[in-house]
Design a protein around this ligand. Sequence first.
Ligand code: ZN
Length: 106
Amino acid sequence: MKISCEIIKDLLPLYHDGVCSNESKAMIEEHLAECDNCKAELDTMDEVLTVTSMGQNLSEAEEVKKLSRKWKKGMLKSLLKGALLTLLIVTSALLILFCFADIRIV
Ligand SMILES: [Zn+2]
């Protein structure tokens, strides 16, 4: 039985994703062995998918970069806050110490 290219083209996405039944798979492979048109169709499907997933990876990497940049900014902010707080505590501790020293001297 000769299967029409239309049917194969309908099934190709399933075959490509490996979700079609074994019977369909055998049928498609049989057709692909004889039909260059459908083989080319499968090849372009491969290319399109590779490009899309590559683009996705790129945008994901960009997202991660943005996140880490944000995170670094947050880190810097909290580090600065910590440094300021420490400075404030040290200054007030010194002030208190000076006050006590003054009282003792007086
Ligand atoms: Zn065909």
